[in-house]
Design a protein around this ligand. Structure first.
Ligand SMILES: Cc1cc2nc3c(=O)[nH]c(=O)nc-3n(C[C@H](O)[C@H](O)[C@H](O)COP(=O)(O)OP(=O)(O)OC[C@H]3O[C@@H](n4cnc5c(N)ncnc54)[C@H](O)[C@@H]3O)c2cc1C
Length: 397
């Protein structure tokens, strides 16, 4: 049976980044992923699944030498972030305010994954098992034994990065708390006539926000963008059943005028669920990314939190190796959860507070939240402290 220092289950964005950062420490790593990713070509349509990648996540992708490739394929940097409910309380955040050239990039998830996998194939100390899948997992005192579909392997540490429905989480009987938001998000790729490619914006409605995310490239109409439409699940199911032309009319009716003329290219609906694993550790097994936490995507923080988990785990193990400790001791591994749990919880709770606050129908609460946005934009003291701190936090700085 082959033995590894670390086995990472799940080669999505978080698992692939974790395999690379663990390999950077000189550890022998195995990466198990059930699906083989499709190669990139410039003719491929822009994928529906895109993420707003923070400055902190960009740093990580740079550190594992994947960012240059992602950037060479296609990314869209944005410099401004607009948020409002009532037009008069429009608030804009700008990269200049925190002395940065941009606030983040909109990137297709699959391109991030693909660029990470290119680096993985270049590392001698990472062995990939793909397509392969986790079948069972057993732990004894000094190792974890994993049965995969095609073979069995052992490890000192197992990283569960196998997404929201994590089998690793289920096999270690780690429970979770969570709830269903009773909402879905519809992702719509469009061609757009209005040139506003340096901004991402979001308007709040009692039924849920609508958002505009710029995408790279030039189309016959002008540019490309991704729209996110949050609403009750039934309404999103109805919208998903419309033809592209009918959906275009529905978008124009519901979205703010600043969207301009559009052409719908593709659409897909995703249910929104909050989950938080009761613990991120079971002996020598750790959970990272969506396997540990899923968050309301309203502020685009899900994978950014997952990448922070990756950085934290690398730091914990690097420090232990540096101190001459046995890096895979359960007590050492426990430091990972200590670094991450509070911050993940804070971000999840902040998103929920915003979500609940902005969907509350009371006119008093509506007036209060618009006044708060107005104050943050117009009162100089609040503008330079709260606003810039919130912006730096959202950028992961
Ligand atoms: C509508 C929407 C919009 C979002 N927008 C943003 C955004 O703008 N910014 C942001 O930061 N986040 C965003 N997110 C969240 C982000 O998409 C997730 O946090 C991110 O994809 C999680 O990555 P992951 O690698 O942890 O999990 P996943 O992407 O789910 O990857 C898990 C991997 O594990 C593999 N796997 C699963 N089970 C097994 C098994 N048994 N054996 C082997 N392999 C297995 C899967 O094939 C997959 O490749 C959004 C989410 C939604 C729903």
């Amino acid at each position: 049976m082959e033995h590894f220092d670390c086995v990472v289950i799940g080669g999505g964005m978080v698992g692939a980044a974790s395999a690379l950062t663990l390999a950077q420490l000189g550890l022998q790593v195995a990466l198990v992923e059930q699906y083989q990713a499709k190669n990139y070509s410039a003719e491929q349509e822009i994928d529906l699944r895109v993420s707003a990648i923070s400055l902190a996540s960009q740093n990580l992708l740079n550190q594992v030498a994947a960012w240059q490739q992602i950037k060479a394929w296609r990314v869209c940097p944005y410099k401004r972030l607009g948020v409002w409910e009532h037009e008069s309380a429009y608030t804009e955040f700008n990269a200049d305010d925190i002395e940065q050239t941009h606030l983040g990039h909109i990137v297709e998830n699959r391109l991030i994954q693909l660029a990470l996998w290119q680096q993985i194939h270049a590392m001698e100390n990472i062995k990939t098992f793909c397509p392969d899948s986790l079948v069972s997992l057993t732990q004894d005192n000094d190792k974890v034994t994993l049965a995969l579909t095609h073979c069995s392997i052992t490890a000192k540490l197992v990283v569960g990065a196998d997404g929201a429905q994590s089998k690793v989480r289920q096999m270690t009987a780690i429970g979770m708390t969570g709830w269903d938001y009773q909402q879905s998000a519809m992702l719509i790729n469009i061609e757009t006539s209005q040139h506003q490619q340096d901004i991402t914006w979001q308007q709040f409605f009692p039924t849920g926000p609508v958002a505009f995310l710029p995408l790279s490239g030039e189309s016959t109409l002008g540019g490309y963008a991704s729209l996110v439409w949050y609403h009750q699940r039934d309404e999103i199911t109805r919208l998903a059943s419309l033809s592209n032309v009918q959906l275009e009319q529905a978008v124009l009716k519901h979205f703010p005028k600043k969207l301009g003329a559009i052409k719908v290219l593709g659409k897909g609906a995703f249910p929104l669920t909050r989950r938080h694993a009761n613990t991120y550790q079971h002996k020598r097994v750790l959970l990272l990314g969506d396997a540990a936490h899923t968050i309301n995507p309203m502020a685009g923080q899900g994978v950014n939190l997952g990448f922070k988990d990756v950085v934290a785990l690398q730091q914990v193990i690097a420090e232990a190796i540096g101190n001459g400790e046995s890096w895979h001791d359960e007590a050492v591994l426990a430091r990972y959860e200590k670094k991450r749990r509070k911050e993940n919880l804070l971000m999840m709770s902040t998103m929920d507070a915003l979500y609940v606050g902005f969907s509350h129908p009371s006119p008093v609460i509506k007036a209060a939240r618009n006044l708060a946005l107005l104050a943050v934009n117009k009162v100089p003291f609040l503008n330079s402290t709260i606003k810039n701190k919130a912006l730096a936090y959202a950028c992961g700085l």
